[in-house]
Each structure stands twice: as C-alpha cells, then as structure tokens.
Design a protein around this ligand. Structure first.
Ligand code: NAP
Ligand code: GDD
Length: 324
C-alpha cells in the first residue's frame, strides 16, 4: 500500500518540491490549500513542476480547526508535513496578529487534529533559523539558545515548542526541522534572492535599470529547497522523533549573493544597485550560520547544490519566465 502524506502549504515553494519528492517516492499526496478566487495562480508552482494533477488538493486553512479535523479523518495520513505559514519576516511587523494566529497558533490546530483523528501519523513542523535571531553562538545547532527578533520568529518559536510538547505530552511522532534559508526558482518574489534574480533578469532584458535593496550586509546560510525537502522526509523516516538543524555551514552577505547574479548576467552591479533605507527592518537578524552535524550523523543528510549554482539556476529561470 502506498504511504499517504498530507502537506499543508502545498502551494508554497517547499510544498511544491516536497510534493514532487513524495510522488517520486511512491506516496499518495494530499495538499491543503486555502481557497482563493484565483486558484489557477495558486497552483502555479505545482504546474511549474508538472504535478498539479497528481496532488489531491483539499480545501482548508490553518485557522479552521473543524476543517482540519475533517481533513485528518478523511485523508488518514501516515505523514503530515506542516509547511503552511505567513512566512515573510518583513510582513510580520505589518501583520503581527495574523502572523501569530497562522504561524504560531495555527500549528496548535494541526497538532490537535492529528492527536484527535490521526494519532499514529508522523508530524513534521517547519521551524526556522529565524528563531536564533540575535545569535547566542557563532554557529547555531539544536542546543543553541533562541532569541527571536520578529513577530514571525516569535510565532515560529511557539510552534517549535508546541511540537516538542505534543511529542513529550501525548507521544505524537512529532519532529521539528530548524531549517536555515533555502531558495529556488520557485521562491516567492518578495524574498531577497528571488527579488535579486528577477530584477537582474529584467535589467538584462532592458526592462528595468535599478535594483533597490535594504541591508546588504546581512549574512545568511543559503541552501536549495530541493535539498531541504529531502531532509524533511528523512526526519519522518526515523523511528524516534527529534529536532534537527538543516543548513549548509557557509554564510554569505546579501551583497555577495547579489554579485553572483550580476556576474552571471554579465552586468556591472555598481551601476544598478541602490540602497533604500525604507527597506531596512525594525530589527535585523545580522548573521545566521548553521551546524547540521546531527542530521548528517543520524541520517546522512548533506546539501548537494551550492549557492552559486542555485543563483545561476534562478537567474536563468527568471530570464525564461520573462521571455515567455
Ligand atoms: P511559502 O512559499 O511562503 O509558502 C507558505 C505556504 O503557506 C503557502 O502554500 C501558503 O498558501 C500557505 N498558507 C499561508 N497561510 C495559510 C493559512 N492560513 N492556511 C493554510 N495555508 C496557508 O513558504 P516556504 O518558503 O515554502 O516555506 C515553507 C515553510 O517553511 C513555512 O512555514 C516557512 O515559514 C518555513 N521556513 C521556510 C524557510 C525558507 O527559507 N524557505 C526556512 C525555514 C522555515 P498560499 O499559496 O495560499 O499563500
Ligand atoms: N526580502 C528582502 N528584500 N530582504 C532584503 C532586502 C530586500 O529588498 N534587502 C536586504 N534584505 C535582507 C533582509 O533584511 C534579511 O537580512 C535578508 O536580506 C534575507 O531576507 P529574506 O530573503 O526576506 O529572508 P529572511 O532571512 O528574512 O527569512 C527567510 O528565511 C527564514 C529562515 O531563516 C524566510 O524564508 C523565512 O520564512 C524563514 O524562516
């Protein structure tokens, strides 16, 4: 019998790549998606991967407990991947309450639905390196203390501890993946890597002249979403649930990431890059650098795609999109 997975946030970047991986692994994949007036646009990432017909879409919202309970009862998943969230850090200062309700409390709804209707299911929570915020150790691992710096990070920290708590209180097979930034051609356009690759492609095609960014001194440990969804799946294949950091162990400034994109396009970055103070955040996470030793030792996870290869792939994908 094929294993059955339920992915919340299936319309997002990671949801799409995870659905693709699980289908390749022979799973029956169900994806929770919020109803929208433009469901064709909503499924665009699954369409990009050519899997929109293979994923069984279920109407649902993290804020609606009764719907989640019904979904668990109907789908009876073996594995639940909770990827849904208001995931854009900058928006979380603009919409702190919504972010808390969806990204934080919404996870309680999913865990309650699992506990009540599917107690044998394995559960994955999409936790974040943003929880380290004002870093307390130069390299962040599972034992590094947290210091969240945005409403988003505070909400994720609540969800992380709730996942640990349901594991310890109710014996749910619940794991929390503390994933560092990961990107791809399917990344939302508001995140800095995709903003850069899309804009570089526009400049290359003569459709834009400038790229406006905020804090380009910020450093991130960037990996590829395809590598990171593999880690999510591996976590749920372990007999004992646990928490794992997933990262590349290399950190790069926004400026240097940007330079990779401009160089690939054969453009002079200094002629186009403008620093816009309006794009700075109320509180910044200056640097993130993850230590994924535990994941490597426990289940042999390692990233395969370098930052350079990923940025080149993203610029090429944006050129292709814009030329269409
Ligand atoms: P994303 O592209 O922003 O996708 C977020 C998903 O959540 C979308 O499918 C969105 O649906 C859905 N969603 C939002 N609010 C919802 C609600 N109220 N009910 C149901 N679904 C809702 O994010 P991502 O990059 O794939 O990241 C996946 C998860 O990993 C997120 O939880 C994110 O916070 C976390 N994470 C990401 C990274 C990273 O670097 N990418 C790192 C660490 C953790 P719509 O399509 O309708 O908007
Ligand atoms: N988005 C954006 N836009 N970021 C900019 C810009 C800009 O114009 N200019 C500079 N930055 C800086 C931000 O200030 C931040 O320091 C860095 O670029 C990365 O920003 P994002 O790409 O928006 O990602 P993030 O690090 O805030 O959050 C992402 O990674 C987290 C994991 O650490 C998101 O995917 C979160 O959902 C995820 O949890």
């Amino acid at each position: 019998m094929a294993k059955r997975a339920l992915i919340t946030g299936v319309t997002g970047q990671d949801g799409a790549y995870l659905a693709e991986l699980l289908l390749q692994n022979g799973y029956e994949v169900h994806g929770l998606a919020r109803r929208s007036s433009s469901s064709d646009v909503n499924l665009s990432r699954l369409q990009w991967l050519g899997i929109e017909r293979e994923v069984q879409i279920v109407d649902g919202n993290l804020l609606d407990l009764s719907g989640l309970i019904r979904t668990m009862r109907d789908v009876k998943p073996d594995e639940v991947y909770n990827l849904a969230a208001q995931s854009f850090v900058k928006s979380s200062w603009q919409q702190p309450i919504l972010t808390g309700q969806v990204t934080g409390l919404g996870v309680t709804n999913v865990l309650e639905a699992v506990r009540l209707e599917s107690p044998g299911a394995r559960f994955y929570q999409a936790s974040s390196s943003e929880m380290y915020g004002l870093i307390q150790e130069p390299m962040q691992s599972e034992t590094t203390p947290f210091y969240p710096r945005s409403p988003y990070a505070v909400a994720k920290l609540y969800a992380h501890w709730l996942t640990v708590n349901y594991r310890e209180s109710f014996g749910v097979h619940a794991s929390s993946g503390i994933l560092f930034n990961h990107e791809s051609p399917l990344r939302g356009i508001e995140f800095v890597t995709r903003k850069v690759t899309d804009c570089v492609a526009r400049i290359k095609l003569g459709r834009a002249t400038e790229l406006r960014l905020g804090n380009i001194d910020a450093k991130r440990d960037w990996g590829h979403s395809k590598d990171y969804v593999r880690a999510m799946w591996l976590m749920l294949q372990q007999d004992v649930p646990d928490d794992y950091v997933i990262a590349t162990g290399r950190t790069t400034t926004v400026r240097d990431m940007c330079a990779i994109a401009f160089k690939h396009a054969g453009l002079d970055m200094d002629k186009h890059l403008i620093i816009d103070p309006a794009l700075f955040r109320p509180a910044e996470v200056d640097i993130l650098l993850g230590d994924a030793t535990k994941a490597r030792q426990k289940f042999g996870w390692e990233p395969k795609i370098t930052l350079e290869d990923m940025i080149v792939e993203m610029v090429e994908a944006d050129l292709k999109r814009l030329k269409k």
